[in-house]
Write a protein that binds this ligand. Structure first.
Ligand code: 13P
Length: 258
C-alpha cells in the first residue's frame, strides 16, 4: 500500500500582496479537499505569511516559507530565519528552488545547511531538485539530480541522523514557467532515480515514506495524468496556483479515487 498521502503544494513565488493572498487562501480554504485524503500547502511571500496563517484559521491548509537563512538570527540583511518562519505559522519551507539556485547562486552546500537548520527548528524541508535543459540535452539528468540530492542532504548522511520528515520536489528547470511539462514517464523515471538514491541516504523505510512531488507547468489539464504516474506523490505548482479555480482543480486531482 502506498503510505504517502498525496501532497498538493502551491508556490506563489513573488506574487500577490497581502489582500490578494488572503482572498486566494480563503477561496482555497472554502473548498479544500478532505485532509484525510490529501495534504494542501501554500507558500506565500514572506510579507503575507502571518496574515495568510490568520486567514487559514482551522482550515486544513499547511503553510511554508519559500526560502530561509540557516542562521537563527544575526547580521544577514534581507534574510529571514527559521524561527521567524515558525513564529509566522509555517510548518514547512521550500529549499533550493531552481530560481534560488540560478538567480541567487545557491549551492547544494547552502541547501544542506538550510535543511539541517530547518529540521533543528522544527520545519519540514521541501528540497527542490532538477536538471537544466542543457543538462537534459547532454543526457546528464540522472547524474545531476543524484548529485543535487546527495549534496542537499549531506549533513544528515554524514551524521547518520535522519530528519523526522523531508519532502523532495523534482522540478526540471526547462519545465518551470515554460508551459513545457515533463511527460508522466519522464517524471516517473526521475522520481525513481531519486527514490533509489534516497534509500541509500535515509534507508529503506524512510525512503518509502518520503513524498516526491513533481513541479513544472502543472495545470488542471495535466495534473491527474501526472498524479497517476508511478512514483509521483504530489505536485508543486507555480503559475496555476495563483488562481483558486485552477489550484483547487489541481488539488482535487490528488484525491485518490478509492
Ligand atoms: P510553474 O508551475 O509556473 O511552472 O512553476 C513551477 C515551480 O517552480 C513551482 O515551484
Amino acid at each position: 500500500m502506498n503510505q504517502r498521502k498525496p501532497f498538493m503544494a502551491a508556490n506563489w513565488k513573488m506574487n500577490l500582496k497581502r489582500d490578494e493572498s488572503v482572498e486566494l487562501v480563503k477561496a482555497i480554504a472554502a473548498q479544500a479537499p478532505d485532509p484525510d485524503r490529501v495534504e494542501v500547502l501554500v507558500a506565500p511571500p514572506f510579507t503575507s505569511i502571518a496574515t495568510v496563517k490568520e486567514a487559514i484559521g482551522s482550515a486544513p491548509i499547511l503553510l511554508a516559507g519559500q526560502n530561509m537563512h540557516w542562521e537563527p538570527q544575526g547580521a544577514y540583511t534581507g534574510e529571514v530565519s527559521p524561527p521567524m518562519l515558525v513564529e509566522a505559522g509555517c510548518t514547512h519551507v521550500i529549499l533550493g528552488h531552481s530560481e534560488r539556485r540560478s538567480l541567487f547562486g545557491e549551492t547544494d552546500e547552502m541547501i544542506d545547511r538550510k535543511a539541517k537548520s530547518a529540521v533543528r527548528f522544527g520545519l519540514t524541508p521541501i528540497i527542490c531538485i532538477g536538471e537544466s535543459l542543457k543538462e537534459r540535452e547532454e543526457d546528464r539528468t540522472t547524474e545531476v539530480i543524484e548529485a543535487q540530492l546527495r549534496g542537499s542532504l549531506k549533513s544528515f548522511t554524514d551524521q547518520k541522523r535522519l530528519p523526522p520528515a523531508v519532502l523532495l520536489a523534482y522540478e526540471p528547470v526547462w519545465a518551470i514557467g515554460t508551459g513545457e511539462t515533463a511527460t508522466p514517464e519522464d517524471a516517473s523515471q526521475a522520481h525513481g532515480v531519486l527514490r533509489t538514491r534516497l534509500r541509500k541516504v535515509l534507508g529503506d523505510s524512510r525512503a518509502v515514506a518520503t513524498p516526491i512531488l513533481y513541479g513544472g507547468s502543472v495545470k488542471p489539464e495535466n495534473a491527474a495524468e501526472l498524479m497517476r504516474a508511478p512514483g509521483v506523490d504530489g505536485v508543486l505548482v507555480g503559475g496555476a496556483s495563483l488562481d483558486p479555480v485552477s489550484f483547487l482543480a489541481i488539488a482535487r486531482a490528488g484525491v485518490p479515487l478509492t
